[in-house]
Write a protein that binds this ligand. Structure first.
Ligand code: ATP
Length: 435
């Protein structure tokens, strides 16, 4: 004769509803009940279950094949209603589904709770003491409108911290405007920042407002400021000193009313020594320096970041909770994350896209995380290189690295050991596109 154990369950039998309520604990996954019970009826038991053990799934199995009873039981919270004689397979299928649903609901609740613990400070995760301190400082400086200089490796969260500062200190609804310095050639960057008058240069068919104007009353975030062309630097310095600027090709002096947050992943001292960055501008920018440590120096943040990122992915894909098996979790937390938080996002995005049952296992992780190597090993050049010129090799290295970084130029630059600006220049020079 088949037993509950054969269907993956262990049964605990009781005679009365009262007894059932008393013996319910975390070990019980689902309640199977009849309606005609001695003492408390099945309907009463369903009501008490709902009140005293909300979320505990139940399945009714009864001889009474009456539609109104079934409706009442389901209304009182039963997951399913089956009548005798019954099919054993069907019954256990129903019990399995009911207990699975509860599991998923519980995971969801836990995830929600852990997320609200993990991200108490705005949108940024900060579990590591060094990050908690950093965010405290950021919060203090947020309302005072002084220029902030954020430093840290690529993908470490400089952009996120800039937004955090803006959100913590800016007037509600005020603009947050980003300009990525290496993304544009010098002339376009100038006009992007300062705007231009009609006819200022070929193609300037009408007056255009620049990002400095667009950031009025809010925050201008200058990303990768270390790559700002040398001859544009005095113009920015003037704006910061005089709080005024002119559009390209214009005469009118316009008031500059914005808070500057600048970010860089380069060593300013070296740039200044090499004559590629003005020392006076550096001092103007370095009013409140905040350094974001690389993720490998704050491993406490990794699990919380993973939870937040996975919750974001399931929300975006409108799927259920994505879990990480403990062996995979161990590899992920042991990994050094040279590409920092952006790399965590990329790895989880990919792993969650290919995994089965919304569970990320070791096999779903990239080989360099499975094996504990650095990702550089994954950027292998093609075999049979003889016959390629140095230039072709360079093109190939850039192409493959960009592909490995999913088109993220800052990350590709870091892996290739060159400036982000050089990646843009080389892509332009060699006609490398992202597709
Ligand atoms: N502490 C954090 N909590 C939550 N998300 C974070 C955190 N830090 C970074 N992120 C997320 O990681 C991604 C990369 O961060 P961000 O773009 O801010 O890095 P960055 O240092 O500005 O990189 P780059 O130098 O390449 O511009 C973003 O999607 C960001 O929202």
């Amino acid at each position: 004769m088949l037993k509950a154990r054969d269907f993956g369950f262990r049964a605990k039998a009781v005679e009365k509803g009262e007894e059932a309520l008393q013996c319910l604990n975390d070990e019980v996954k689902v309640v199977l009940l009849d309606l005609g019970l001695p003492g408390m009826s099945g309907f009463e038991l369903l009501e008490r279950l709902e009140k005293e053990h909300p979320g505990m799934p139940s399945v009714v199995l009864t001889a009474a094949d009456r539609a109104e009873d079934a409706v009442r039981a389901l209304k009182l919270g039963a997951y399913d209603y089956q009548t005798k004689p019954f099919d054993l397979e069907d019954l256990f299928l129903s019990l399995r589904h009911a207990s699975k649903l509860r599991e998923v609901q519980q995971e969801n609740e836990e995830l929600r709770a852990s997320l609200s613990d993990a991200a108490p400070i705005g949108e940024m995760v900060a579990e590591a003491p060094v990050m908690v301190e950093l965010l405290k400082k950021a919060r203090k400086v947020a309302p005072i409108q002084s220029t902030v200089l954020l430093t840290g490796e690529s993908g470490v969260g400089k952009g996120a911290l800039a937004r955090f500062i803006h959100a913590s200190g800016g007037a509600p609804g005020s603009p947050f405007v980003t300009v990525s310095c290496p993304a544009l050639p010098r002339e376009l960057l100038e006009s992007e920042l300062f705007g231009h008058e009609k006819g200022a240069f070929t193609g300037a068919i009408k007056r255009r407002m620049g990002k400095i104007e667009a950031a009025r009353g809010g925050t201008l975030f200058l990303d990768e400021i270390g790559d700002m062309p040398m001859d544009l630097q005095p113009k920015l310095l003037n704006v910061l000193q005089d709080r005024e600027f002119q559009r390209v090709g214009g005469e009118e002096r316009i008031k500059a009313d914005f808070r500057l947050v600048a970010a860089t992943n380069i060593d300013f001292e070296e740039k200044i020594r090499a004559g590629e960055f003005r020392e006076d501008l550096f001092y103007r920018l370095n009013v409140i320096p905040l350094e974001l440590p690389p993720l490998r120096e704050r491993p406490e943040d990794v699990p919380a970041l993973m939870e937040k990122i996975l919750a974001g992915i399931s929300k975006r894909r409108k799927c259920g909770v994505i879990r990480v098996e403990s062996a995979a979790q161990n590899r992920l937390t042991a990994y050094r994350w040279p590409g920092n938080v952006r790399e965590v996002e990329n790895v989880l995005e990919r792993a969650s896209a290919f995994c089965d049952d919304r569970t990320i296992r070791v096999a779903d992780l990239p080989p360099f995380i499975q094996g504990g190597d650095e990702p550089a090993a994954s950027v292998a050049l093609p075999v049979g290189l003889s016959g390629l010129t140095l230039e072709q090799l360079e093109v190939e290295a850039i192409r493959q690295t960009l592909a490995a970084c999913e088109g993220n130029k800052a990350e590709a630059a870091r892996r290739l050991g060159i400036a982000e600006k050089s990646v843009y220049n080389k892509m332009r020079r060699y006609g490398i596109s992202l597709n």
